[in-house]
Design a binder for this molecule. Structure first.
Ligand SMILES: [Zn+2]
Length: 142
């Protein structure tokens, strides 16, 4: 199996396109930090990034560093069909990680056979630089 970086570079896999709402997330990832928005009024963590707190509707927020740790909440194994750029990766996992901060984050567990993934499996974030400007947040078993 090739590395994530090799997959992106050689197969021209699509990359996230940072926006006004989420560019801080990707800039932090490039520094090896997992950061999420947190409401400055009620303290609720949130992800995906957005301008308004879903709990109290405040627009005051900060980008706070998360532990990078969590557990697998649920997952699926993709057997296809999928986009042509991902065809050579089949089968691959897509996981929902419940972070220690209570955020559900969709990603992938690296170096883990499909049959070894389970709900509650402890994982930690790893930062995979795939281009000069983009680092992806993936996970690995703890
Ligand atoms: Zn709030």
């Amino acid at each position: 199996m090739s590395s994530v970086r090799d997959q992106v570079m050689t197969r021209q896999q699509p990359l996230p396109q940072p926006t006004l709402d989420n560019h801080e997330f990707y800039e932090a990832a490039q520094r090896g930090e997992l950061r999420f928005q947190r409401c400055a009024d009620c303290g609720t963590w949130r992800h995906y990034p957005r301008p308004v707190c879903p709990e109290c509707l405040s627009t005051r927020l900060s980008w706070e560093r998360a532990s990078g740790r969590g557990t697998i909440y649920t997952w699926t194994i993709v057997h296809g069909p999928t986009l042509p750029a991902f065809q050579d990766d089949l089968p691959y996992n897509v996981v929902d990680v419940l972070t220690d901060e209570g955020i559900h984050f969709q990603s992938q567990v690296l170096d883990c056979p499909p049959e070894e993934i389970y709900a509650g499996m402890p994982v930690e974030a790893v930062f995979v630089p795939v281009t000069e400007d983009m680092t992806l947040v993936k996970f690995r078993r703890v």
